[in-house]
Unconditional design. Structure first.
Length: 217
């Protein structure tokens, strides 16, 4: 897939539209991106994005041998099972443009952390194919996941992120995620991970806009 530059032009929901410019052309193309529940047949595309995204995002953070040793086949098996999980346990969403999967997000209900508290869900993974970064795909996935969690009565949501993953931390901050004080060591990289948390109250965990922008009341 060629690199994409894009702008989200419709409020996120089940069906989201993106405008994007293919970097190798000068033409503006309109592509409809749909966020939907993954089916087991998506597992291969999800696994490929998972591995590609790790290899780009964690280069220099994780040891090269870890990144080169990632197995698409292993991850495909995992995601095939996850896509078939019981709805009460969580869900995997994909953002797709036609047959092309551009990214995915998985959440668990409740949070897998025993100390997370009652009514707390967990975003277990959110990965976008590197050529599609910063084109609104991650936002569409996150909004769809948060909307679903809120609709199902979850009060807040946590996630774990490598402390040094600045790209993801900027992204999460945009949705109101803040460190809740929990930290742990990630096995493969021996890097610190921090837990972030956002409220799912009406006022929390929606995309925050830059200060100074006019607000509509
Ligand atoms: C983190 C990730 C999912 C974000 O997805 P994305 O599609 O690139 O993000 P979006 O384009 O929807 O960005 C939404 C907003 O997040 C913020 N943001 C996203 N990437 C950013 C960056 N590199 N720097 C600063 N802010 C950023 C911006 O506010 C952006 O809005 P804007 O483009 O209108 O300014 C994606 O970068 C990714 O897959 N990274 C690698 C995997 C990873 O680290 N996953 C998290 C594991 S814990």
């Amino acid at each position: 897939m060629p690199p994409m530059l894009g702008t989200l032009i419709r409020p996120p929901g089940e069906h989201v539209q993106l405008h994007y410019v293919l970097a190798h052309t000068t033409s503006l193309q309109v592509v409809e991106v749909t966020v939907r529940r993954a089916v087991p047949e998506d597992a291969s595309a999800i696994a490929q994005i998972h591995v590609r995204s790790w290899q780009v995002a964690y280069r220099g953070v994780m040891p090269d041998e870890v990144l080169e040793g990632l197995s698409v086949v292993q991850r495909e098996q995992f995601w095939r099972g996850a896509a078939a999980m019981e709805p009460e346990a969580g869900a995997v969403f994909v953002a797709a443009s036609g047959a092309d999967v551009l990214g995915f997000c998985a959440f668990a209900t409740p949070s897998r952390d025993a100390d997370a508290g009652a009514g707390v869900a967990e975003i277990g993974a959110i990965y976008v194919d590197p050529p599609a970064w910063r084109s609104g795909v991650g936002r569409a996935l996150m909004e769809a996941a948060l909307t679903e969690l809120r609709r199902n009565g979850w009060r807040s949501v946590t996630l774990w992120v490598l402390a040094k993953n600045r790209r993801a931390r900027e992204f999460y901050a945009r949705f109101g995620f803040e460190p809740d004080g929990a930290e742990m060591r990630e096995d493969r990289s021996r890097q610190n991970e921090v837990r972030l948390r956002a409220s799912l109250d009406a006022s929390g965990a929606t995309e925050r806009h830059d200060p100074g922008l006019p607000r509509q009341n």
